[in-house]
Design a protein around this ligand. Structure first.
Ligand SMILES: Nc1ncnc2c1ncn2[C@@H]1O[C@H](COP(=O)(O)OP(=O)(O)OP(=O)(O)O)[C@@H](O)[C@H]1O
Length: 318
């Protein structure tokens, strides 16, 4: 029996040629899958289309668009067993990068055809599904500041530019972090609560790698004393993120927990998976294995070795 899938496609996502993208996707997938193609519109979101597809018992749901569309579709699938395929066509493509799904159309289609799935955690933030992260403080301001027109012209650079602009205006706020075991109070400029995070979300990377299937949220606290320090912190986190190392500076804190409530004084804007959802306080809970995604089969871990260069070494097959 042929497998079937509902493809939810944003025809205005990203900077590429959507007609051509759709033709490529159909060429690659249609020999293997019976596709029911649904287009998002300004009025009908990917989330709405996905909820309809869930009701219609879709066998698989594929989201193709920017992070807005892919996250909205993913959120609708939290708590279901329906596998999500993701074909990223946006600017930052944080969702696929965070979950180790390839970001080219061809490779993403190949993953969908191969059909291997993995379970990843999701989260709930103030009752709303969260796949990647919630940001409080300058991360939230960065997102709000990167407008559509600038994003179209500059792509990812738009976020970096607005981030630098925000750093000039940053300030500290009183923060209370409540876990099931403790109440922590601290002065901070930014708090990130991550379930999964791409390396470009630098403020999420206090821990040594944000793990998306450990049943825990990774919380990073930034407490910079000056703007210069904030820039140094961002650079430090960028490096520790790319090396999968934990942050070592005294003005960066991190912890892991499965539930957290965060309040601030004064209240701060909160960005959830790229959208501003309001202000603090927030309550975030990890939903272990809440989402099934089509993802590349994990490569076998090869034991690393470097021996051939040793002088006089002999290596013989047994
Ligand atoms: N057919 C459509 N016509 C106009 N706007 C649309 C249409 N379909 C979706 N949208 C809008 O697209 C936005 C979601 O875009 P999405 O995140 O998929 O791509 P993007 O904005 O290009 O991605 P990125 O944020 O990575 O740049 C929503 O605001 C939605 O209202």
């Amino acid at each position: 029996m042929t497998r079937s899938a509902c493809l939810i496609f944003n025809p205005v996502a990203g900077q590429g040629n959507s007609d051509q993208d759709l033709a490529t996707i159909k060429n690659l997938l249609e020999p293997e899958l019976e596709l029911d193609i649904q287009f998002t519109t300004e009025e009908v979101s990917g989330g709405e289309l996905a909820r309809k597809a869930v009701k219609n018992n879709a066998e698989m749901i594929i989201a193709s668009g920017g992070d807005g569309t892919v996250s909205a579709v993913a959120e609708a699938l939290v708590g279901t067993e329906i596998p999500l395929g993701a074909i990223a066509r946006g600017t930052a493509n944080a969702f696929v990068n965070a979950l180790d799904i390839p970001d080219s159309i061809e490779a993403a289609c190949q993953v969908i055809i191969e059909g291997a799935t993995k379970k990843v955690d999701a989260g709930m933030c103030n009752g709303k599904p969260m796949i990647l992260l919630a940001g409080i403080g300058f991360e939230a301001d960065t997102v709000e500041d990167a407008d559509r027109e600038t994003k179209n012209r500059l792509g990812t650079l738009a976020y970096v530019l607005s981030g630098l602009k925000q750093l000039r205006e940053f300030e500290k706020f009183e923060t209370t972090i409540e876990t099931k075991e403790r109440v922590i109070t601290v002065e901070a400029n930014a708090i990130t609560i991550a379930n999964a995070a791409p390396s470009t979300s630098v403020l999420a990377h206090g821990t040594a790698g944000v793990i998306y299937d450990d049943g825990l949220l990774d919380i990073t606290i930034i407490a910079a004393e000056s703007r210069t320090n904030a820039i140094a912190i961002s650079y430090h986190l960028l490096q520790s993120a790319s090396n999968d190392e934990a942050a070592e500076r005294d003005d960066i804190g991190y912890l892991r927990t499965n539930w957290v409530k965060i309040s601030t004084n004064p209240p701060q804007k909160v960005v959830l998976d790229g959208e501003i959802i309001g202000k603090t306080p927030i309550e975030v809970e990890c939903i272990p294995q809440g989402l099934t995604v089509l993802a590349p089969v994990e490569p076998e871990i090869q034991a690393e070795e470097k021996i051939e260069h040793l002088s006089g070494i002999k290596i013989e097959p047994k």
